[in-house]
Write a protein that binds this ligand. Structure first.
Ligand SMILES: CSC[C@H]1O[C@H](OP(=O)(O)O)[C@H](O)[C@@H]1O
Ligand SMILES: Nc1ncnc2[nH]cnc12
Length: 307
């Protein structure tokens, strides 16, 4: 599926759903007209080939275009620190994705969030280090807003879908994103709890920041798998425990994604996405090097007047 340039009225109107699958979610169900698309981007190669197809919509509406990518690659071969988040998000943008649902396995930092529960966070705390956080640089500077890092409309749809699936839902929450790959120490886990954080993962950032720069609406479906290591009477987190819960979580997250797709409107007029770059660029366009213009064309080309 080739996407029209984002500056074209067609691209800014057509709603395309992206899904990035985390631990345990390496494919989604119900896609038809399936095509595998392997892409290169100016930022390198994404985690895997994208699966592009359509998902059914309810109410007799035509199906919605959907694009899936397993974040850690097929067979879960990439560490969180090895994921090329820029390439992944750029690839979604190339394929015309306007709304991105990110599914992630997280540890719970709260008694009331039990393994198997679903959290739809509205805030993040960034504890990653050394990851490329931006598409910008090389002579073009932008600062996007991150006060509300999650798209309100898409969050609402995730919540409604999770509710309809009978999930145990937490309608908001703060997600700490750590570098990993080792899980937290007990002192760190208790520190994050004292900061007011509710869940902890390793991948939602810089994914959410890059989606914002790419003007893609982003929301996180955080599937709790364990109590990390702070809980006095629960087993400390282990991959074995996470994987056991993940199996059930993956089935639930697939059903939630299908419900979100089924209820999506036809166009972005009804479910708008962030025009995050409109007031974010600060560089004098005349000073932007030609090579940087080329590299950032898909992300910012619609806002750079020709020189
Ligand atoms: C297998 S436990 C740790 C691993 O799981 C989560 O991955 P994802 O966010 O892609 O679901 C967590 O962030 C770690 O990468
Ligand atoms: N306890 C935990 N810490 C960080 N990431 C996780 N993903 C699943 N459980 C986790």
């Amino acid at each position: 599926m080739s996407a029209p340039h984002p500056a074209s009225p067609e691209a800014r109107d057509r709603l395309v759903l992206g899904v990035v699958g985390g631990s345990g979610l390496y494919e989604i169900e119900g896609l038809t007209e399936v095509e595998k698309v392997a892409l290169e981007t100016p930022f390198g190669r994404p985690s895997d080939a994208y699966t592009v197809g359509v998902l059914p919509r309810e109410g007799g509406l035509p199906p919605v275009r959907a694009v899936f990518l397993p974040r850690h690659g097929r067979g879960h071969v990439l560490l969180p620190s090895e994921i090329n988040f820029r390439a992944n998000v750029h690839g979604f943008k190339q394929l015309g994705v306007t709304h991105l649902v990110s599914v992630s396995a997280v540890g719970s930092l709260r008694e009331g969030i039990a393994p198997g529960h679903v959290v739809v966070p509205d805030q993040f705390i960034d504890r990653t280090n050394g990851r490329a956080q931006t598409f910008f640089g090389g002579g073009l500077v932008a600062h996007v807003q991150m006060g509300d890092p999650v798209d309100a409309g898409l969050r609402e749809r995730l919540l409604r879908a999770a509710e309809a699936e009978g999930a145990n839902i937490h309608a908001r929450g703060t997600c700490v994103v750590m570098e990993g790959p080792a899980f937290s120490t007990r002192a760190e886990s208790n520190l994050y709890r004292a900061w007011g954080a509710d869940v902890i993962g390793m991948t939602a950032l810089p994914e959410a920041k890059l989606a914002r720069e790419a003007e893609i609406a982003y929301a996180l479906l955080a599937m709790a798998t364990d109590y990390d290591c702070w809980h006095q009477s629960e087993e400390e987190v282990s991959v074995e425990a996470v994987v056991a819960v993940l199996k059930a979580n993956a089935a639930l997250s697939r059903r939630i994604v299908r419900r979100v797709a089924a209820a999506l409107p036809l166009t972005t007029a009804e479910l708008p996405y962030p025009q995050a770059l409109t007031h974010a660029l600060i560089t004098d366009p005349a000073r932007v090097p030609a090579e940087t213009r080329r590299r950032l064309d898909l992300i910012a080309g619609h806002l750079l007047p020709p020189v």
